[in-house]
Ligand binder design. Structure first.
Ligand code: TYM
Length: 335
């Protein structure tokens, strides 16, 4: 039986961080054996918010290198750069005729970007979800491993696919956001304000390129409080975030100890020591990030290897993209 198709992408708008890793890349690595995987660097998408391209090539290389350092094998998956696959742009054009101004203006990420950069409300920003749908549908992907922040974009991709199928014939399956745990992940910023992100809150974001000291410093500064007021309390989201990070990098015994301490704590009897929790989390995080950082740096310096991987990825991606575009053109009478 043919393997199910998986696709996901990352914008090269800054350094990759733990949100990218735990929300998305960790799933990529786990999916690469079982599925037919396409992973790419969304450099066209980055133009919608970052028009200055002087650092773009470097950033693309860093994203590719960090993905490989996290465990992606470019022999098993198609690892490519969006702008190397022109078929995506043609599908984007067709899908744009199926996307309505009203729904695009209502997209949460669009509204957020308008608020942040009112002087750069360009048409590419408005149609960002359409380009994202084209990325997914060009390979007729079924599963899309992403973090929680991309949920709405996936819903829009399903709508565009359905409209296309309805109008021109059944070409596209219905793509679903995917995470191994079932629930999509959202890693919070370490100050508890919003999600961890590439461009905001640098001091509250742990990057895969951070050195040991930066990781320690950032985790030790993470927001906590005076401890739970009653036993078995629901954790505030910034405390849950520390436990979520711990669940990814610490041993089962360590996690169980701090969980038990938290659950046994109450007002006047605070057993959990957040200082100790953060110290342990920092130590485990340092060990986790260290090999990724050093492998990524090695790969990034090896331009010959990077170019070979990027070329190979584009070749694989264009075979699949070309086959879909042929179906699309035939269905639309564009042949
Ligand atoms: P981007 O570049 O913002 O993020 C890449 C991936 O990381 C996830 N992520 C997070 N997950 C959990 N917690 C966080 N704090 C966190 N921050 C980021 C994102 O959900 C994403 O999976 N629009 C996409 C790029 C894209 C794409 C696509 C993705 C373009 N075309 C097609 C999937 C399919 C984006 O901006 O991701």
């Amino acid at each position: 039986m043919a393997k199910e198709v998986v696709l996901s992408g990352i914008r090269p708008t800054g350094f990759l961080h733990l949100g990218n890793y735990f929300g998305a890349m960790r799933n990529y690595v786990r999916m690469q054996d079982e599925y037919n995987c396409y992973f790419f660097v969304a450099n066209w998408h980055s133009l919608t918010t970052h028009p200055d391209t002087s650092e773009l090539r470097n950033s693309v290389h860093r994203v590719i290198a960090e993905n490989i350092a996290c465990g992606l094998d470019p022999e098993k998956v198609a690892l490519y750069v969006q702008s190397d696959v022109p078929e995506i742009a043609e599908l984007y054009l067709y899908l744009n005729t199926m996307a309505y101004k009203g729904e695009l203006e209502k997209t949460t990420t669009f509204k957020e970007k308008v608020r942040l950069s009112p002087d750069n409300v360009n048409a590419g920003l408005l149609t960002y979800p359409v380009l994202m749908a084209a990325d997914i549908l060009i390979h007729r992907a079924l599963k899309v491993p992403v973090g929680k922040d991309q949920e709405q974009h996936l819903e829009m991709a399903r709508n565009f696919a359905e409209r296309f199928n309805h109008r021109y014939g059944d070409i596209f399956p219905s793509p679903q956001a995917f995470n191994f745990g079932g629930e999509l992940v959202k890693i919070l910023s370490l100050d508890g304000n919003g999600k961890m992100s590439k461009s905001e809150n640098q001091m509250n974001t742990i990057f895969l390129a951070d050195d040991d000291e930066q990781i320690r410093k950032k985790i030790m500064k993470a927001k906590t409080d005076g401890g739970p007021l009653t036993p078995n309390s629901v954790k505030p989201d910034y405390i849950q975030n520390l436990f979520t990070l711990m669940s990814q990098v610490s041993t089962a015994d360590t996690i169980a100890k701090f969980e038990a301490d938290f659950n046994a704590s109450s007002e006047g009897n605070c057993i959990i020591r957040y200082g100790d929790l953060k110290k342990q989390l920092a130590a485990d995080m340092v060990e986790f990030v260290k090999p990724i950082r050093s492998k990524a740096a090695d790969i990034q310096e090896n331009k010959e290897l990077l170019h070979k991987i990027i070329r190979q990825g584009a070749e694989k991606a264009r075979i699949s993209a070309g086959a879909t575009l042929k179906l699309v053109r035939d269905a639309m009478g564009m042949n």
